[in-house]
Design a protein around this ligand. Structure first.
Ligand code: AMP
Length: 426
């Protein structure tokens, strides 16, 4: 056993998984970029207050934060999520609204590690600040859907709901409290504790004991104001217009007080139910205000990268892209030629690797093979004298040929194009 290993709940992401990680981020960047969202890269650490102000009632903030006092006596925390940071950044920089931002990066939560639940995990997400239009909701939800579809996921279920306006919610919460109080001790002890703090959260209970009581609870639609109902109707018709399939789920509530109107979740079809949420989001008010800014409506979502990749594995989609270089240079003249040729190839956009330490021809060819490169470019003393290189196909039954050094790049381009068309016949 080595002296050091990753801490519990933290992982190294090595190739080929790391290539998939990057590819996923590229897909997200593309989807968000096409819709005019700008990348924001907030710091990993913020003043503790940025998170406690808005998440007082959540376990994420009360129990799971990595917070500590730094050397300057500031009480800081590693971010458990990024919406709070985005809102803090909005207040600090006051960009023109509507401000559309996307992000990608790690969060930290001191949770019990298990499959799909880690102490450091990545999220990608978007936020729109400063627009109350229901079509913003449609855009945001559609982008999440589009992203997951582009990865090839087909078993994701989109759940949507409206939490109504804050007054509607307050009346709903009262009704829920009455309902759950009436259940008395039939409700699980944990849920009775949750009830004291936040009756909405009881609806999230996955405990068998609570199932029937939760199923019989009043639903939010009975409490929607006309405005909230109309907003939600537009959101739904917009989703239908864009052919985004969704399921209404009246039990989908987000426990924090600042959520209002639209709430949604992307549930993976293949993951076990406790860990099946790929991510979700909704409309929030008051977050920006709580952080010292003007009243500003907001909406966004966060999707868990780790869980999305598990869902991709389960559905057999979005495998790791190949990381092999295009050409492997074998140099038996001492290594300087490999230095020059790899530099020339890389400058021309041809991915190239080489062997080091002046190994034997045999050892270098082995390395070329291992690299997965479709061609080896070989330089020995004969080639060096003649101003040529030998291009040898590493797969298939092509012949090796001598190519003038000056003609190497066009020659390789031609061969690589042929390899690509062979591998992808469409
Ligand atoms: P939340 O910010 O709690 O709404 O979580 C949004 C998404 O982030 C979840 O649906 C998960 O996909 C992912 N997520 C949250 N916590 C973790 C964790 N500890 N490990 C891995 N993914 C997580």
């Amino acid at each position: 056993m080595p002296d050091f290993q990753t801490s519990p709940g933290m992982r190294d992401i090595l190739a080929p998984e790391s290539a998939r990680w990057r590819a996923l981020n590229e897909v997200f960047a593309e989807v968000a970029g096409l819709a005019g969202y700008e990348l924001i890269v907030p710091p990993l650490m913020e003043d503790l207050g940025v998170f406690t102000r808005i998440g007082e009632a959540t376990d994420v903030v009360t129990k799971e934060m990595y917070d500590f006092v730094d050397k300057g006596d500031r009480h800081v925390a590693l971010r458990p999520e990024q919406t709070a940071s985005v809102c803090r950044a909005f207040v600090q920089h006051r960009p023109v609204t509507p401000w559309k931002a996307w992000y990608s990066g790690p969060n930290f939560r001191y949770e019990k590690p298990q499959r799909g639940r880690y102490r450091q995990f990545d999220q990608v997400g978007i936020e729109v600040l400063g627009a109350d239009d229901p079509y913003v909701d449609v855009e945001v939800i559609q982008l999440g859907w589009e992203f997951l579809s582009r990865l090839g996921l087909q078993q994701v279920v989109l759940l949507v709901n409206s939490l109504g306006e804050p007054d509607d919610r307050a009346r709903y919460v009262d009704a829920l409290r009455l309902h759950f109080d009436a259940a008395g001790e039939s409700l699980s002890e944990q849920s009775r504790m949750t009830l004291q703090k936040n009756p909405l959260r009881v609806l999230d209970s996955k405990r068998e004991q609570d199932r029937e009581i939760v199923a019989a609870a009043p639903t939010i639609d009975q409490f929607w104001s006309d405005d909230a109902a109309e907003h939600f109707a537009t959101v739904q018709s917009g989703l239908r217009d864009l052919r985004v399939p969704f399921t209404l789920d009246m039990k989908l509530v987000r426990g924090l007080d600042y959520y209002r109107r639209t709430a949604f979740e992307f549930a993976g079809g293949t993951l076990d139910s406790a860990q099946n949420a790929l991510g979700g989001g909704g409309r929030y008010d008051g977050l920006v205000e709580d952080l010292g800014g003007p009243p500003t409506p907001g909406i966004g979502f966060a999707l868990g990268v780790d869980r999305i990749l598990i869902a991709c594995d389960d559905e057999g989609v979005f495998g790791a892209p190949g990381t092999a270089v295009d050409a492997f240079v074998v140099d038996t003249t001492g290594g300087r030629e490999a230095l020059l040729i790899t530099a020339e190839l890389r400058a021309a956009g041809v991915a190239a690797d080489r062997a080091f330490e002046n190994r034997s021809m045999k050892a270098q060819m082995k390395a070329a093979n291992r690299s997965g490169a479709p061609v080896a470019v070989i330089v020995g003393t004969d080639e060096l004298d003649a101003g040529t290189v030998t291009v040898r196909p590493m797969r298939g039954d092509g012949e090796q040929v001598a190519v003038a050094r000056t003609n190497l790049v066009p020659e390789l381009r031609q061969r690589l194009a042929a390899v690509t068309t062979q591998e992808s016949p469409q």
